[in-house]
Design a protein around this ligand. Structure first.
Ligand code: SAH
Length: 358
């Protein structure tokens, strides 16, 4: 048992079993031992490699996406460009570099980076020292002022938000929780009484053993972001891995140094994430009064934004990088890589033009 597991098990001894969401919050965000307390969580040396770390084209296209969405809404003179969970700040750097093509856009935005992890934030500050525009950091979305239109980018952010799981039993849906099991080893267990949470029944018949997974934090975030966009204008783009039509099943996973790991073995040493339920996000955006476009597969989305043309242009200018550029395209858009599993969804005010790519 590592240090964080010992602390979690003591917390269970005194306070009772933890929900999976509470466990995830500790394993990811504990200030000393949480996964994101390490500066090297993401990237070749970290647990996983994200799309912006694969190629500069990803962030560049997303930057131009924001410029176009901003123009489509009348090029407001004062707007926020927000990134949720900027990681190593690679995406925002590439986005701002591409946006230099639109000095009127750069002159109108204030960049706000939403980052909960102190170590990640310190790394971002270092890497953004020479940024071409003013940048502000906040720890959570709710700290943003809703006084102007908001253009939001979020890549692999929602998958890191906590989920709850419920298992169908003879007693009904019971929450899956984490206990210390008397043996001082963390283990999954079921709450003895059925949950009072209403489990949507549109997913087909639930046999005993079926698992329902939900991320209340993601739905609450989409509700808040959509509320801001509905009131003030703007647009949001969420890209993540996930599914369009949810059945029952569990997707929570641990990844340690690029390999699957046990969920409970060494909390804080592995990344924990769950697949995103895109249909639920679209419903949340609509019920908050905005329009949702997509989900589209990442491959289709990036091709619609012109990634192949951009790759050809880059390769013509840097022939020595031709093979690397072709392999990046394959990783980002290929069906066997990120092209199909990853999806993009956009949120815009009712009546606004469809955003680029959708
Ligand atoms: N978007 C980046 C990083 C993805 S990893 C990329 O594509 O490379 C997830 C990021 O979200 C990390 O920076 C992590 O510290 C941050 N994060 C995770 N949960 C968060 C939360 N609840 N609030 C704010 N930031 C969070």
């Amino acid at each position: 048992m590592n240090r964080l597991a010992r602390r979690i098990s003591r917390a269970i001894d005194t306070g009772g079993p933890l929900s999976i969401a509470a466990f995830m919050a500790m394993a990811l965000h504990d200030r000393e031992d949480g996964f994101y307390a390490s500066r090297e969580a993401i990237g070749a040396r970290g647990a996983f490699v994200t799309a912006p770390e694969i190629s500069q084209m990803f962030g560049e296209l997303l930057g131009l996406w924001c410029v176009q969405a901003w123009r489509d809404q009348g090029a407001p003179r004062r707007a926020y460009l927000v990134e949720l969970g900027p990681g190593r700040a690679t995406l925002i750097q590439d986005a701002l570099r591409a946006a230099r093509l639109a000095p009127d856009f750069l002159g109108s935005i204030e960049v706000v980076l939403v980052e909960a992890g102190a170590a990640q934030q310190a790394l971002q500050r270092e890497r953004m020292r020479d940024a071409p525009v003013a940048i502000r950091w906040i720890e959570q979305w709710s700290a943003i002022a809703s006084d102007r239109p908001i253009f939001v980018l979020a890549n692999e952010f929602l998958d890191a938000l906590p989920v709850l799981q419920f298992v169908m039993t003879e007693r009904g849906w019971c929450e899956r929780v984490i206990t210390a099991n008397g043996t001082r080893k963390l283990a999954f267990a079921l709450a003895p009484d059925p949950t009072m949470l209403e489990i949507p029944n549109g997913r087909g018949a639930a046999e005993p053993g079926a698992v329902y997974e939900v991320s209340p934090a993601s739905l609450a975030l989409i509700d808040e972001v959509s509320g801001g966009i509905g009131r003030r204008g703007g647009a949001a783009l969420f890209i993540d891995y996930g599914y369009c039509e949810g059945g029952f099943g569990e997707t929570l996973q641990a990844v340690r140094q690029h390999k699957p790991a046990d969920l409970l073995d060494a909390p804080g040493e592995a990344d924990l994430s769950a697949h995103v339920d895109f249909a639920a996000l679209a419903r949340a955006a609509k019920s908050a009064g905005t329009e949702a476009h997509g989900p589209l597969s990442q491959g289709d989305f990036l091709r619609a934004l012109g990634i192949e043309e951009r790759a050809a242009e880059l390769a013509a200018r840097n022939p020595e990088h031709g093979t690397a550029i072709a392999s990046a395209i394959d990783r980002l858009t290929g069906e066997a890589a990120m092209g199909k599993l990853f999806k993009a969804i956009a949120i815009v005010p009712r009546g606004a033009p469809a955003p680029p790519g959708f």
